[in-house]
Design a protein around this ligand. Structure first.
Ligand SMILES: O=P(O)(O)OC[C@H]1O[C@H](OP(=O)(O)OP(=O)(O)O)[C@H](O)[C@@H]1O
Ligand SMILES: Nc1ncnc2[nH]cnc12
Length: 181
C-alpha cells in the first residue's frame, strides 16, 4: 500500500453485479474526475519510481494507458503501449492468456525496447493476474527487463498478484479490495 492508499481507495467506486451478476466492478472514473486525487495517484508512482533508472513505462490497453502516459511524461521515460490483439500496425510479438471463459491475446511492437531496457509495467487493476503476467512475459521475451509491475488496485483474493510474484516479478499496488468491501 502506498502513502496515499487509503485516500485513493476512498475515491474508487464499487458497482455491484457489473458487467455480470456476482462481480464487484471497481470503477476508477470518480478518481479520474477528482483532479486532486488523480494528481496524488500519479505523484505516488513518481515518488516510488523516480530513482529507479527506468528506460520505459509499458502499460496495458486500455485503462493502463491512463496512468502509464502521465508517469512516463513525469519521469522523462519512453511510453510503450501493450495492446489487445490486432491494434498495432507494425511487426508484433504476442502472448495468449486465459480468461475466466476463453482466451485473450496481448501484443507489443517488436522494436518497442532495446535489449536490457529497464521497464515498469502498469495496469489499473490486477484480478486473476492473467493480463499483467502475459504482458510481463511478452516484455521479457522482447529483451526488456521488467523491474516491477504496478497497479492502482489489487484484488488479492483472486490470487493474481500472488501468481505474478510466483512467476518472479515484483508487484506494487496502491490499494487493495477484499470481496466484501
Ligand atoms: O487480472 P485480470 O483477470 O487479467 O484482469 C485485469 C484486467 O481486466 C481489465 O481490463 P479489460 O480487459 O476489462 O480491458 P479495458 O482496460 O479495455 O477495460 C483491467 O483493466 C485489467 O487489464
Ligand atoms: N472487478 C473488477 N473491476 C474492474 N475491472 C476489472 N477487471 C477484472 N476484474 C475487474
Amino acid at each position: 500500500m502506498s502513502i496515499y492508499g487509503d485516500y485513493i481507495k476512498s475515491v474508487i467506486r464499487t458497482v455491484p453485479d457489473w458487467p455480470e451478476q456476482g462481480v464487484n466492478f471497481r470503477d476508477i472514473t470518480p478518481l479520474l474526475q477528482n483532479s486532486a486525487a488523480f494528481r496524488k495517484l500519479i505523484d505516488s508512482f513518481v515518488h516510488r519510481y523516480q530513482e529507479m533508472n527506468l528506460d520505459a513505462i509499458a502499460s496495458i490497453d486500455a485503462r493502463g494507458f491512463i496512468i502509464g502516459a502521465p508517469l512516463a511524461y513525469e519521469l522523462g521515460c519512453s511510453f510503450v503501449p501493450v495492446r489487445k490483439k490486432g491494434k498495432l500496425p507494425f511487426k508484433t510479438i504476442s502472448e495468449t492468456y486465459t480468461l475466466e471463459y476463453g482466451h485473450s491475446e496481448v501484443e507489443l511492437h517488436s522494436d518497442a525496447f532495446q535489449k536490457d531496457d529497464r521497464i515498469l509495467l502498469m495496469d489499473d487493476l490486477i484480478a486473476t493476474g492473467g493480463t499483467m503476467l502475459a504482458a510481463a512475459n511478452l516484455i521479457q521475451r522482447s529483451g526488456g527487463h521488467v523491474v516491477e509491475t504496478a497497479t492502482i488496485i489489487d484484488l488479492p483474493e483472486l490470487g493474481g498478484s500472488q501468481k505474478i510474484r510466483d512467476a518472479g516479478y515484483s508487484v506494487f499496488a496502491v490499494c487493495s479490495f477484499t470481496e466484501d468491501e
